[in-house]
Design a protein. Structure first.
Length: 195
C-alpha cells in the first residue's frame, strides 16, 4: 500500500462499510443492459464484501479480493456463500486476459496507481470493462486540509491504455462523517480494454 498514512487516518470508524451500494448497482445494470459481461467480475479492495453480494444478487459471477487478510476473513464470515481471497491489486495472481470485468471504489488513492492499473489491464479480457473511482480530492472538512489530490489530466494519462467507454466520465461528490467529516471529489469512470 503506497498511501498508508492516508489509510490509517480514515481506518477508524470503517466508513467504507457504510458506503451506498449504488455504484455496484449501476455497474451491474450497465453490464446487464448492454449484454457486455461474460466470465468473472472481481471487486478489487472489496472490504466487507457488500458490493460482491450486490453483484451476486444480480446473477453475476463475482468474487472479492482485498489486501487485508482481516477484511477477507470478515467478508467470508458475513457472506459465506461468496468467494473472497487475499490479494494485492498491485500484483494479482490471475492469469493474463482471464477476468471478464473489474470493479474498484474507494481504493485507488491508497495504492501505486501505475502498478495497479497495469495489473488490471493485464488480467482483464480484451473487451472487458473496469468501473473505477479516482479521488480528485479528499478534503478534511473540519480543518479544510486537502488530504489527497490528483488532477483530471493525470488520471486520464494513467488510464490511457484503456478505451474510455460510456458517458460515465463524471465528477461526483460524497460526504462521509466518520472518522472525521470529509468530502470525496470522485472521478467515476468506466473503461474498456481494447479488443
Amino acid at each position: 500500500m503506497q498511501n498508508q498514512n492516508l489509510y490509517d487516518k480514515y481506518l477508524h470508524g470503517r466508513h467504507w462499510d457504510f458506503h451506498p451500494g449504488i455504484y455496484a448497482m449501476y455497474f451491474a445494470d450497465f453490464l446487464r443492459r448492454e449484454r457486455l459481461f461474460k466470465g468473472l467480475l472481481v471487486d478489487l479492495g472489496c472490504g466487507s464484501g457488500a458490493d460482491v453480494e450486490i453483484f451476486a444478487r444480480y446473477g453475476i459471477n463475482a468474487m472479492g479480493v482485498d489486501y487485508s487478510q482481516q477484511e477477507v476473513r470478515a467478508a467470508t464470515m458475513r457472506y459465506p456463500q461468496l468467494r473472497f481471497e487475499q490479494q494485492d491489486m498491485e500484483s494479482l495472481t490471475f492469469a493474463n486476459d482471464s477476468i471478464g470485468s473489474l470493479y474498484t471504489v474507494n481504493v485507488m488513492h491508497y495504492v501505486d496507481q501505475r502498478r495497479a492499473l497495469a495489473e488490471m489491464f493485464r488480467v482483464l479480457q480484451p473487451g472487458g470493462f473496469v468501473y473505477v473511482h479516482f479521488n480528485e480530492k479528499i478534503v478534511d472538512t473540519a480543518t479544510r486540509h486537502i488530504d489527497f489530490s490528483q488532477d483530471y489530466d493525470e488520471i486520464m494519462g494513467l488510464v490511457s491504455c484503456f478505451s474510455s467507454f460510456h458517458p460515465r466520465n463524471q465528477l461526483t461528490t460524497r460526504e462521509d462523517l466518520v472518522p472525521v467529516p470529509h468530502e470525496h471529489y470522485i472521478r467515476e469512470l468506466i473503461l474498456e480494454k481494447p479488443q
